[in-house]
Design a protein around this ligand. Structure first.
Ligand code: CA
Length: 211
């Protein structure tokens, strides 16, 4: 193995609460039924696809223009909330894992569907920690399409077969496998039947990658 590609949200940092709150501001405004359970279905999918899931419970039809306004509104709320994020929000053992991977010569990258990935990394103090970052502004297809991970491997100059992907969402595991990479499931993705490895503690990833 030559590289480890990390999903960002739910792997490096958890913005679930911020995401939930931002969508909730929108659904309250529009009087659309929205719960944490519905929010859980939005993990790993694009902003536009997330809105379609939310609109399943809407009482009225929205035009494309209205949908764009809604997405812009939600994102504005979310970006405002991101300002509260700091290095204390980095998930347990991630900093130690990154250090161990560097020590054994493994390249590290971010492969995130989020258009706010750069800002998130900056807020948590990791904007220069990765050898490559591919985010939602650089891809056409969101996960389970492998585009984001293939682009990250390409930026690193590493073959997909030599990459490990760390994901917390089933769609991300699917994307990694579609890109012929080794997939490690953490959190919710531990239940994905496609995952090659399932870990409770991310430090186990150093053992898998540095073998
Ligand atoms: Ca995720």
């Amino acid at each position: 193995m030559k590289a480890v590609i990390f999903d960002l949200d739910g792997v490096i940092v958890c913005t679930d609460d911020l995401q939930f709150h931002a969508w909730k501001c929108l659904t309250d405004r529009e009087e659309i039924y929205f719960t944490r359970e519905i929010n859980n279905r939005l993990r790993g999918i694009s902003r536009a696809a997330s809105l379609e899931v939310i609109l399943e419970r809407a009482a009225k039809h929205y035009t494309e223009q209205q949908k764009e306004e809604m997405l812009a509104y939600k994102n504005a709320v979310f970006v405002k909330e991101l300002e509260n994020l700091s290095s204390t929000d980095i998930l347990p053992h991630i900093t130690e894992l990154l250090k161990k991977l560097k020590e054994c010569g493994i390249k590290i990258a971010i492969g995130s569907s989020s258009k706010n990935a750069q800002m998130t990394l900056k807020q948590i103090g990791l904007s220069t920690a990765f050898d490559a970052v591919v985010d939602g502004t650089e891809i056409k297809h969101s996960k389970p399409n492998p585009e984001v991970f293939l682009a990250a491997a390409n930026k690193l100059g590493v073959k997909p077969e030599d990459c490990i992907v760390i994901e917390d969402a089933a769609a991300g595991i699917e994307a990694a496998k579609a890109g012929h990479m080794t997939a490690v499931g953490v959190s919710d993705a531990r239940h994905s039947p496609l995952a090659d490895y399932r870990v409770d503690d991310v430090l186990e990833i150093a053992e898998i990658a540095c073998r």
